[in-house]
Design a protein around this ligand. Structure first.
Ligand SMILES: [Zn+2]
Length: 336
């Protein structure tokens, strides 16, 4: 024990211990205490403070499940640094299984209003409490997202546009070679922590179409393996990290439904693989069975996500399309 206890929310963790508690977010109308549940694993030795934040959107449970798998495999006695786990940042939304708190009209989407305001709308207050707990006690932040109730997303990282965030993205391991830079100014946790010059990444994997039995376990295992690789990379745990040989970087083009109807993706369409411009990614039927629109690759690129809820209104998201501008191999200094 050669370093100090850490305080996060109402948790005080001694070195070499794992402590459960919460980030207080005010009183409920029945007098109950509202808080964001957290688990703080404070290592016996010094090292970086890693936050894993799940369910910024309440219909995205992948962060929570992957955190549970990770916690089962991290021993505070052998850990260097601190792991702060937040399975559901937006508890009210998670409870409802919805993107945002259904009772909050004006700051519904926590990933668009972060870090919120202590005197603001309901979700802004929750975000402000989370930020107050995290901002001075975080070196590395992973914000976990998925396609939620309407889409499936394959492996994708949106990393804050600074070197520490690029390194954190690379540390997720071999399966995570799509790393797009997020511009500054986004109102989300990765942008907020990146704005302090620290590492902030948003990882995307899964969706409600893949939360059944073995499929959910596979998605959560994939994410947990990424976090464990991150901990090896930063020497928080024993063992050698592994990396993608190179990383594809570029930008996203959201493909919105040109017509209302029923979206059906192309049979056999591959995710994360290069596709030619003009490739038909899916079609939209009307309820007479006529195809009223095709959704095509606007240029050469990759599909990293697709709508999984077939009914669609014109203007809703159909496809998460990425344009790869370059491939780089220098996001980390590789061990020689
Ligand atoms: Zn999300």
């Amino acid at each position: 024990m050669n370093h100090e206890p850490i305080t996060v929310g109402n948790v005080i963790a001694q070195p070499g211990t794992s402590v459960r508690g919460g980030i207080p977010i005010g009183a409920d109308m029945d007098g109950g205490v509202r808080e964001i549940p957290i688990t703080v694993v404070h290592g016996a030795r010094k090292g970086p403070i890693l936050w894993i934040n799940g369910a910024t959107h309440g219909d995205e449970p992948e962060g929570a499940f992957s955190i549970f798998l990770t916690l089962a495999e991290v021993d505070p006695a052998k850990l260097a640094g601190t792991l702060v786990c937040v399975p559901a940042m937006n508890v009210a939304a998670f409870r409802a299984g919805l993107r945002g708190d259904p009772l909050d009209t004006f700051s519904h989407d926590m990933n668009r209003i972060y870090p919120g305001k202590a005197e603001g709308y309901p979700t802004e207050r929750v975000a402000a409490a989370h930020w107050a707990a995290m901002k001075d006690a975080c070196d590395l932040q992973i914000n976990v997202h998925s396609g939620g109730e309407h889409s499936y997303l394959a492996h994708m990282i949106f990393a804050h546009d600074n070197a520490p965030s690029m390194e954190l993205a690379a540390a997720m391991g071999p399966g995570w070679d799509l790393v797009f830079r997020s511009g500054t100014g986004g109102a989300n946790p990765s942008a907020a922590i990146g704005g302090l010059g620290k590492a902030g990444v948003t990882v995307e994997l899964g969706g409600n179409c893949r939360t059944l039995t073995g499929d959910f376990h596979a998605i959560a295992r994939d994410l947990a393996d990424g976090y464990l690789n991150v901990m090896r990379h930063y020497r928080m745990t024993e063992g050698e990290a592994s990396y993608a040989p190179a990383w594809r970087q570029g930008f996203q083009i959201p493909l919105l439904a040109p017509e209302s109807g029923m979206f059906v993706g192309t049979d056999g369409l591959p995710f994360e693989q290069p596709l030619a411009a003009g490739t038909v990614l899916g079609v939209i039927y009307d309820l007479y069975g006529d195809v009223v629109a095709e959704v095509k690759a606007p240029r050469e690129g990759v599909v990293f996500g697709l709508r999984s809820r077939p009914s669609v209104l014109a203007g809703q998201w159909c496809c998460f399309f990425g344009v790869v501008e370059k491939t780089v191999d220098d996001l980390i200094v590789r061990p020689s």
